[in-house]
Design a protein around this ligand. Structure first.
Ligand SMILES: Nc1ncnc2c1ncn2[C@@H]1O[C@H](COP(=O)(O)OP(=O)(O)O)[C@@H](O)[C@H]1O
Ligand SMILES: [Mg+2]
Length: 501
């Protein structure tokens, strides 16, 4: 259906049009060019009024608007667009921008659902939702690109990142794909997907170096004496002992009861206490009896590593460890397949690793993050070995820019902070300034998909994952009323008890 005509000053990659109705940002339109029909996306929409423009005072504005209400010539609807490519080429899966602009005055029409469907969902792609402005059109993304080119999912808190990651995990599971979700907040512990593997994060202390062990025990870097005593006690003999903790504590006791200076003896006692306390804690993270932690992961499944019990520093150690081991394993798999090495790899097909809270583990500034170093390596060379990252963050401006710039695909949901918008525009060439301006107007679950995993920038309503996902806002009022009821019940039964006495 015709919705307008091309305005003066059109360019091959952008033009404005004058419309016969208000135009929604995010609508897709067709326009003829000298090289064939092209598809364009509405990036901005403007309504002007001659009467209102000329109103010098409030009174004349009110009068003018009354007079103009019956006059269709007063309002001017117009929109600016980005040309996405010639329709013929887009149907074949690639984008070719025409080299000549549309002639001003050329008719602009609404893009029809059947052509859009052909462009936006290809054979073998996974479905993530529908076009925001046309819910008859399904949106697919290329799973091969998720598994090879890295993906960033960015949005303000509550924008729908975890829902989208849950949906991707579900789709990858349907393809028997391998995925690991590094779940710092335990948000995915009730995600129901066929064959999903839930793992409690555990670390084998024997595999750590002394510094890492101190970190896992929460002995701060400044506590130099405690660290020094721990390093002494954590000997090779302890590392190899079957009763690891007993041996470590015995070594510390030996120091505490030796004839060394008082301070050293006291420090050894203190470190022994710290270890005792760590051992008494429920959901213990350090476990000398587990084999290689990556043995718990299963290929061709979605694996969720629950890190709710871990401190930030512990999670950093755990995540960097998993990333490093998985990258090494995939390198080994590659060498074996090339007959250059013998042995057995755990993951003989590609794996996708999702990092939630990426601003914490891949921070822009902090150079001490261990995860950042190995994630940067995967971002650079993971593609060759079939290890890819999904980086999820609500504070994009605090995520390392080098890593963000390596992300071949992008899902941006609602972003409210101008700082985050600008950072995204700077970090990836995928987001234009016009699209950046569009981000605050997105609602929960609405996303712009960009980059390698789509043929075209797509403005999408993401499907909600029906399987319950934690992370929904807490219903405090309901919880208060429930706890108050329980308390009242308890009070009543005690007063009854007292009366009976
Ligand atoms: N595509 C969607 N459609 C409808 N509701 C959604 C969608 N995505 C998220 N939500 C809802 O919005 C809330 C926040 O979503 P969540 O994915 O946890 O956001 P984030 O991880 O960005 O903080 C949840 O209650 C979730 O159910
Ligand atoms: Mg979340």
């Amino acid at each position: 259906m015709n919705i307008g005509v091309v305005d003066a000053g059109s360019k091959p990659y952008t033009f404005a049009f004058v419309a016969n109705r208000p135009v929604k940002v995010g609508e897709y339109i067709f326009v003829d060019t000298p090289e064939g029909k092209a598809l364009a996306l509405v990036e901005d929409s403007i309504i002007t009024s001659d009467v209102m423009k000329n109103a010098m005072s409030y009174e004349s504005a009110v009068e003018g608007s009354r007079a103009a209400s019956g006059n269709p010539r007063d309002k001017r609807y117009s929109a600016t667009t980005r040309v996405l490519g010639l329709v013929e080429e887009l149907r074949n899966g690639y984008s070719k921008i025409p080299s000549l602009p549309s002639i001003p005055g050329t008719e602009v029409s609404e893009a029809d659902a059947s052509t859009l469907s052909m462009i936006f969902a290809k054979e073998g792609w996974i479905k993530l939702g529908t076009l925001l402005r046309n819910n008859e059109v399904s949106i697919g993304v290329d799973p091969n690109k998720i598994a090879s080119r890295h993906l960033a999912i960015l949005a303000a808190t509550g924008g729908g990142k975890s829902n989208l990651l849950g949906l991707i995990a579900k789709r990858i599971a349907e393809l028997n794909g391998t995925m690991l979700i590094l779940d710092y907040h335990g948000e995915y512990s009730d995600l129901k997907i066929d064959g999903i593997v839930h793992i409690q994060a555990k670390v084998n202390p024997r595999l750590l170096d002394a510094e890492e062990l101190a970190g896992m025990l929460d002995i701060r870097e400044k506590a130099e004496r405690q660290r020094a005593v721990l390093y002494r006690a954590f000997s090779r003999e302890v590392r190899e002992a079957t009763d690891f903790w007993d041996q470590l504590l015995r070594h510390l006791n030996d120091i505490a009861n030796s004839n060394e200076d008082l301070q050293t003896r006291r420090t050894a006692e203190r470190v022994a206490e710290i270890i005792d306390r760590a051992l008494r804690r429920k959901g213990r993270v350090l476990d000398p009896d587990i084999k290689d932690p990556i043995d718990q992961l299963q290929p061709n499944r979605v694996n969720v590593l629950n890190m709710l019990d871990l401190t930030e520093a512990q999670a950093d150690t755990v995540i960097s460890y998993y990333l490093d081991r998985i990258l090494e394993d995939r390198k080994l798999a590659r060498m074996i397949s090339l007959n250059r090495e013998e042995g057995q790899a755990k993951f003989i097909s590609p794996i996708i690793i999702a990092i939630e809270e990426a601003h914490t583990f891949l921070p822009a500034e902090d150079a001490t993050s261990k995860t950042k170093a190995v994630a940067a390596k995967i971002a650079r060379e993971g593609r060759k070995f079939g290890v890819s990252l999904i980086v999820v963050s609500q504070r994009p401006s605090r995520v390392d820019q080098d890593i963000l710039s390596q992300m071949g695909s992008l899902a941006v949901l609602r972003i409210t902070q101008p700082k985050d918008q600008n950072y995204i525009i700077e970090s990836t060439e995928l987001v234009s300034e016009e699209l950046g301006k569009f981000l605050p107007s997105l609602n929960v679950g609405e996303a712009i998909l960009l980059g390698q995993w789509v043929v075209l920038p797509s403005i999408v309503k993401i499907e909600k994952v029906p399987e319950k996902l934690m992370g929904a806002d807490i219903n405090a009022v309901a919880e208060w009323s429930q706890t108050a009821r329980i308390k009242n019940m308890a009070k009543e039964s005690t007063s009854q008890f007292i009366r009976e006495e």
